[in-house]
Design a protein around this ligand. Structure first.
Ligand code: GAR
Length: 191
C-alpha cells in the first residue's frame, strides 16, 4: 500500500475527488491532509473521510524541518499538491525526490510562477485573449511550476467567459483527470 499526503490551502474540491477515488483502493491510501490554513474548506473533507490533519506553521515549514518527522511518521510515500499556496521547501523535495506532484490550472510553461494561483491565472489567460487554456500535472522541483510535465489537457476559452466560468471549466477538467493521473503515476512512475 502506498500512502499519500494531500497538501491544500483552499476549498479542496480536488482533494475531495482524490479522497473519493482512493476510498476503497487496495493500493493507494490518503494518509494525511496537510494545510496551512485552519479555516480551509479541505479540512471538512478530511473529517468526512476520517483522514488525519496536519496544520502547518509557516516558519517551521519554510525555514525549519519542513514537518519531515510528521510526514515520515505517517509513512507518506507521495505528496500531492491540490491548490497549495506555499512554496515547497528544499528539505521536502530532497526527502520526496520525484515523489511530489502538483496540478496547475493552465498550460505550463505559460501562466505559471510566483503569484499564479487560482483566479489570478484565469484573469491573466482572459486578459491575454487566449483561445485555449487547460491543466498541467507535473512533478515539483525547487522552482515554482517548473518540474517535468506528466499530463496536460486543454479546453476552450470563450469570448463570454468570466474568471468564474473559466475556473468552473478548469475545475471540471481537473476533477476528471487528477485522481486517475495520480493513480497511474504512483503505480508506475514515469521518472
Ligand atoms: C485548482 O484549480 C488548482 O489547479 C489551483 O488551485 C485550485 C484549487 O482548487 N492550483 C494552483 O493555482 C497552483 N499554482 P480546489 O481547492 O477546489 O481543489
Amino acid at each position: 500500500m502506498k500512502h499519500i499526503a494531500i497538501f491544500a490551502s483552499g476549498t479542496g474540491s480536488n482533494a475531495q475527488k482524490i479522497l473519493a477515488h482512493f476510498q476503497r483502493s487496495q493500493e493507494v491510501q490518503v494518509g494525511l491532509i496537510v494545510s496551512n490554513k485552519p479555516q480551509a474548506g479541505v479540512l471538512k473533507f478530511a473529517n468526512e473521510y476520517s483522514v488525519p490533519i496536519l496544520l502547518l506553521e509557516k516558519e517551521r515549514f519554510l525555514k525549519g524541518d519542513g514537518y519531515v518527522p510528521e510526514l515520515q511518521a505517517a509513512g507518506i510515500d507521495w505528496i500531492i499538491l491540490a491548490g497549495f499556496l506555499w512554496k515547497i521547501p528544499a528539505t521536502l523535495i530532497k526527502h520526496w525526490e520525484k515523489r511530489i506532484i502538483n496540478i496547475h490550472p493552465a498550460l505550463l510553461p505559460n501562466y505559471g510562477g510566483k503569484g499564479m494561483y487560482g483566479q489570478a491565472v484565469h484573469l491573466a489567460v482572459l486578459a491575454a485573449s487566449e483561445k485555449e487554456t487547460g491543466i498541467t500535472i507535473h512533478y515539483v522541483d525547487e522552482h515554482y511550476d517548473h518540474g517535468a510535465t506528466i499530463f496536460q489537457a486543454t479546453c476552450p476559452v470563450l469570448s463570454s467567459d468570466t474568471p468564474e466560468s473559466l475556473a468552473n471549466r478548469i475545475h471540471a477538467l481537473e476533477h476528471l483527470h487528477y485522481p486517475l493521473v495520480i493513480e497511474k503515476e504512483i503505480l508506475s512512475p514515469s521518472v
